[in-house]
Design a protein around this ligand. Structure first.
Ligand code: 2PG
Ligand code: MG
Length: 553
C-alpha cells in the first residue's frame, strides 16, 4: 500500500501524575492516517486527534508516578491509572508520547487497557467501537465452499489497511420468502446441479473488491451502501445477496478486530444493552427441512427460565437426549432433518407437542416460561394451497381455522412463540391472528418480513405480528440487518435472530443476538457441528463476560 493519506487534526490532551506535579496539558496540530486511523504525533504525551475539523475530541489521562512506564516518554513517567475520553463526532485515536512523527495503530490500545481501572476501561471500550471510522480495504476475496447440506456457498476474506483480517461464511435458506434478497447461483447443470457460486465469488473478487479498494471508508454503513448501489437492483440479484452479505459480515468482523473488540460488542447499537439470548433448540423437523410427512417445519424447546447460558445449553442437550429415547421407545425414527432435529413419521403437530412436553419432564425440567417453553415455526407459506387454504395432515383449513388451531395449541401446550403461523401473502389473516393471540404469544414474521426494514415498517403500521425473525442473508448486508432490528425496537416489536437451514461453522449470529440484546436466537438442534458452533460461541461469550444477563427481554 502507498503511504497513508493524512487528514488534518488537532490533539488536545491533559495528563495528571499522582505525585503532586502539576497536570500537563496542551494542544498541538496533528494528523490522522486515513488508512489506519492512527495518529501521527509531533510531540505530546497522550492525546487524541480529530480527523476532520468539525469533530472535537479530547483525552484526559492520569498516570501514577510510582510505576514507570517508559513508553509514556520522559516527560510523563508513570503508569496510566485512569483514562477519560470525550468524543464528539466519530473519529478519535490515542497513542503514546513519542518524539517525532510516528503512526500509532489504534490496536495498541489493547495493550494499554490492562493498565486502566475498570470504569476507564469500560468507557474506553465503548468509545473504541465508534472510533475506527476511516479504513481501507487492501484485500478481498471469495472462495466457493460447502454448506451443511453439501451445497456450495461462499467464504469471504477481507484484510484492512491496519492488517486486521477476517473471514465470513454465508448461510443459505430452503423455505425462503419471495421478497428475500436473491442468492446468486451459477445455474450450470454440469456443476453442483446448477447451485455453484463461482459467479458470486467472481463478483466479490472483481467488482466489489474494485469498489472497496478504490477509496477509504468512513464506516461499515458507508461501504454497505456503496455495495448496494453498485449492485443496482432492489433485491441484490445482480451481484448476489450471498456475495454482498459475505463481504459485509467479513468487514464487520475485521472492523471489530481492528477496534480490539469482540464482535458482539462492536455490533451493539448505541443505547442498547447487550445480553445473552435464550437459545431456541429446534429438536423436531418437518416441512421442507425433512423427508417426513409432518407439515410444520420446526418444533423448538426454549429454556426461558434457565439461570444461565450454560444451564440453558445443558437443558437443551438433555431434553434432546430424552426426546431421542421417547422416539425410540415408540419405534419412531431418530433420523435427522436439515437443522439437526429428529424427523419421525408423525403428521399431527399436537402429537409432536405432546412428545416434547414428555421429553422436557423426562429430562427433569419444568414446562413453561419459568422452565422450558416451546416455540413453533410452521413455515405456513410452504403448506398454503393456491386457493389460500392451509393443508395440515391432509386437512384443508381456512386462515381463520388455522388461527383457531393455534389458539387451541397455545391453550393446551406451553407454546410462547409462533413464527410464520400464516403465509407470507395472508395479510388479513395475520392481522386477525395478531389481534387474537398477539397479547400473550410472540408472533414472529419470517417469510412475510424478510428482515427488510421497509417491509417491517409497513407491517408494523398494519398490526401484523409483534416480532421479526432476523436473518442476515435475507436482506444482504449487516447494516440493513441492524436497521431492521432498530425499526423493530422502536416499535416495541421483538427480534428473533436466526440461522438458515443451510449453515456453516460461522458463528456471526451468536454475536449479533448478544450485541443487540434481542433476547433469543434459533440455531437448530443442540447437535451437528454447524448448529452447535453458535451455541458454543454463546457459551464462550458468557464465560468471558460473566456480567452479561441471560434471558428474554
Ligand atoms: C426458517 C429458516 C431457519 P430456512 O424458516 O426460519 O430455520 O429456514 O433457512 O430454510 O428459510
Ligand atoms: Mg421461519
Amino acid at each position: 500500500m502507498a503511504g497513508p493519506t493524512l487528514l488534518p487534526g488537532r490533539v488536545t490532551w491533559s495528563l495528571s501524575r499522582d505525585a503532586g506535579s502539576p497536570p500537563l496539558a496542551g494542544q498541538h496540530e496533528s494528523a490522522i492516517a486515513a488508512s489506519t486511523g492512527a495518529v501521527l504525533y509531533g510531540n505530546g504525551a497522550i492525546g487524541a486527534a480529530r480527523a476532520r475539523p468539525w469533530r472535537r475530541t479530547s483525552v484526559q489521562a492520569q498516570t501514577s508516578a510510582g510505576a514507570a512506564e517508559p513508553s509514556l516518554g520522559s516527560r510523563t513517567p508513570g503508569r496510566v491509572t485512569a483514562l477519560q475520553i470525550t468524543t464528539v463526532g466519530r473519529s478519535w485515536a490515542e497513542g503514546r508520547g513519542l518524539t517525532g512523527p510516528k503512526a500509532l495503530p489504534l490496536r495498541r490500545l489493547r495493550v494499554r487497557q490492562s493498565t486502566l481501572d475498570g470504569t476507564a476501561a469500560r468507557r474506553l471500550r465503548l468509545d473504541r467501537r465508534s472510533m475506527m471510522t476511516v479504513f481501507d480495504v487492501t484485500d478481498l476475496s471469495a472462495l466457493e465452499i460447502l454448506d451443511s447440506r453439501g451445497r456450495p456457498t461462499l467464504a469471504v476474506t477481507v484484510r484492512l489497511g491496519d492488517g486486521s483480517t477476517a473471514t465470513a461464511r454465508v448461510p443459505s435458506g430452503a423455505s425462503t420468502g419471495s421478497r428475500e434478497a436473491v442468492e446468486r447461483r451459477d445455474g450450470d447443470p454440469a456443476r453442483y446441479e446448477g447451485k455453484g457460486v463461482l459467479g458470486a465469488a467472481e463478483a466479490v473478487n472483481t467488482e466489489i473488491a474494485g469498489l472497496l479498494h478504490a477509496r477509504s471508508w468512513a464506516s461499515l454503513a458507508e461501504a454497505d451502501q456503496a455495495i448496494i448501489e453498485l449492485d443496482g437492483t432492489a433485491n441484490k440479484s445482480r451481484l448476489g445477496a450471498n456475495a454482498t452479505v459475505g463481504v459485509s459480515m467479513a468487514l464487520a468482523r475485521a472492523l471489530a478486530d481492528s477496534a480490539g473488540l469482540p464482535l458482539w460488542r462492536w455490533l451493539a447499537p448505541d443505547g442498547v444493552t447487550p445480553s445473552l439470548p435464550v437459545p431456541h433448540f429446534n429438536v423436531l423437523n418437518g416441512g421442507v427441512h425433512a423427508p417426513n410427512s409432518l407439515d410444520f417445519q420446526e418444533f423448538m424447546i426454549a429454556p426461558v427460565g434457565a439461570p444461565s447460558m450454560a444451564e440453558a445449553v445443558r437443558a437443551g442437550a438433555e431434553i434432546y437426549a430424552a426426546l431421542r429415547r421417547e422416539l425410540t421407545s415408540r419405534k419412531l425414527s431418530t433420523g435427522l432433518g436439515d437443522e439437526g432435529g429428529f424427523a419421525p413419521e408423525i403428521t399431527q403437530p399436537e402429537q409432536v407437542l405432546g412428545l416434547l412436553v414428555q421429553a422436557i419432564s423426562d429430562a427433569g425440567y419444568k414446562t413453561g416460561t419459568d422452565g422450558v417453553s416451546i416455540a413453533l415455526d410452521p413455515a405456513a407459506s410452504e403448506f398454503r394451497q393456491p386457493d389460500g387454504r392451509y393443508k395440515v395432515a391432509s386437512e384443508l383449513l381456512s386462515s381463520a381455522e388455522m388461527t383457531d388451531r393455534y389458539a387451541a395449541i397455545t391453550g393446551q401446550f406451553p407454546v410462547h412463540l409462533i413464527e410464520d403461523g400464516l403465509g407470507e401473502d395472508d395479510d388479513d389473516g395475520w392481522i386477525a391472528l395478531t389481534a387474537r393471540l398477539g397479547g400473550a404469544t410472540e408472533l414472529v414474521g419470517d417469510d412475510i418480513f424478510c428482515t427488510n426494514p421497509a417491509i417491517i415498517s409497513q407491517a408494523i403500521a398494519r398490526g401484523i405480528g409483534n416480532s421479526s425473525l432476523i436473518k442476515l442473508n435475507q436482506i444482504g448486508t449487516v447494516t440493513e440487518t441492524l436497521q431492521a432490528m432498530a425499526v423493530c425496537r422502536q416499535a416495541g416489536y421483538r427480534q428473533f435472530v436466526s440461522h438458515r437451514s443451510g449453515e456453516t461453522e460461522d458463528t456471526f449470529i451468536a454475536d449479533l443476538a448478544t450485541g443487540t440484546g434481542c433476547g433469543h436466537l434459533k440455531s437448530g438442534a443442540p447437535a451437528r457441528g454447524e448448529r452447535v458452533a453458535k451455541y458454543n460461541r454463546l457459551l464462550e461469550i458468557a464465560a468471558a463476560q460473566p456480567d452479561l444477563v441471560y434471558g428474554m427481554p
